[in-house]
Design a protein around this ligand. Structure first.
Ligand code: GUN
Length: 283
């Protein structure tokens, strides 16, 4: 059976077209949706992600700015920047690009962002709402994955979803969203014994490890839906996922490529959350 390739780039383009209409309506009500992104230090990958977020915002008509801060900034100074943005009614969404320098506690900073402006969906209040199935900002990568599955017509209810990776940003929340959609969920991680014996049970396999090409067809049963969250840059500059795409193609029913898979969806869901914030829906 030939695997279906889930084209995240194409789906993002379609979703962004729909968002442009929402933005036009907001502008008609004199609301200019605005996203502020904070970039601390000079991590090239973070800089590239942040620029991508600004570019995509502008594509749909969301105004955005990047506040660049030196990596010598201390926690109190960064908290002060966030407090000012919390109080500024013209700012609807605040995103602090992670990771932060080692001397700053990520969690402390995340918790300073007002939950009604937390377009990353990382604030504990928003995570709690997600866990209890309430309307809230959903974390962008997990939300993008669920949206890809839904838009491709892939049934989640009753399916066994296996997740490799347990980060706060991807692994843990995507499991929760799949559970909310009535999947049976198994989490795997670096201490999981006999990983293959678990992943071979997966109807839906979500791979978020951060190591290039390490999951291949041996980890899959016939017909698995494979979602590859990895974005790894190889020495020759090419981007590749955590999944050996050519090998996985032989067994998958559907698979996301890298690039043009989950990555564009993450940014698109950020725009969705920013529009939701601008509509005042989370106040
Ligand atoms: N670093 C890697 N992914 C993300 C993300 O989704 N949001 C933020 N703020 N930082 C990240």
């Amino acid at each position: 059976m030939a695997a279906g390739i889930i084209n995240g780039k194409e789906l993002s383009t379609q979703l962004k077209e729909r968002m442009k209409k929402d933005v036009t309506q907001l502008l008609g009500n004199n609301i200019v949706p605005h996203l502020t992104v904070i970039l601390v230090g000079n991590n090239p990958a973070s800089r590239s992600y942040v620029n991508g977020k600004k570019r995509a915002s502008e594509e749909v008509g969301i105004s955005s700015e990047i506040i660049e801060l030196p990596d010598t900034i201390d926690t109190d100074e960064l908290l002060e920047v966030i407090h000012k943005l919390n109080q500024n009614d013209a700012v609807h969404g605040i995103l602090v690009q992670l990771p932060l320098p080692d001397h700053i506690n990520d969690q402390h900073i995340i918790e300073a962002i007002h939950p009604s402006k937390d377009v990353d969906g990382f604030h504990p209040i928003n995570i709690g709402k997600m866990m209890t199935g309430q309307d809230t900002f959903l974390p962008c990568t997990p939300y993008g994955i669920i949206t890809m599955l839904a838009e491709t017509g892939i049934e989640i209810s009753g399916k066994h979803a296996v997740i490799i990776g347990r980060s706060n940003i991807v692994g843990k929340p995507v499991g929760q969203l799949l559970l909310n959609e009535n999947a049976t969920v198994t989490y795997c991680h670096s201490r999981t014994k006999d990983l293959k014996s678990v992943t071979r049970l997966a109807d839906i396999l979500i791979v978020a490890i951060g190591k290039p090409n390490i999951i291949d067809k041996d980890y899959m049963k016939e017909g698995t839906v494979v979602i590859d969250v990895g974005i790894n840059r190889l020495d020759d500059g090419t981007l590749t996922g955590d999944v050996d795409f050519e090998s996985a193609l032989e067994k998958a029913s559907y698979i996301t490529p890298v690039p043009r898979g989950v990555g564009p969806m993450t940014i698109t869901m950020l725009l969705h959350n920013t529009i939701k914030a601008a509509k005042g829906l989370m106040k």
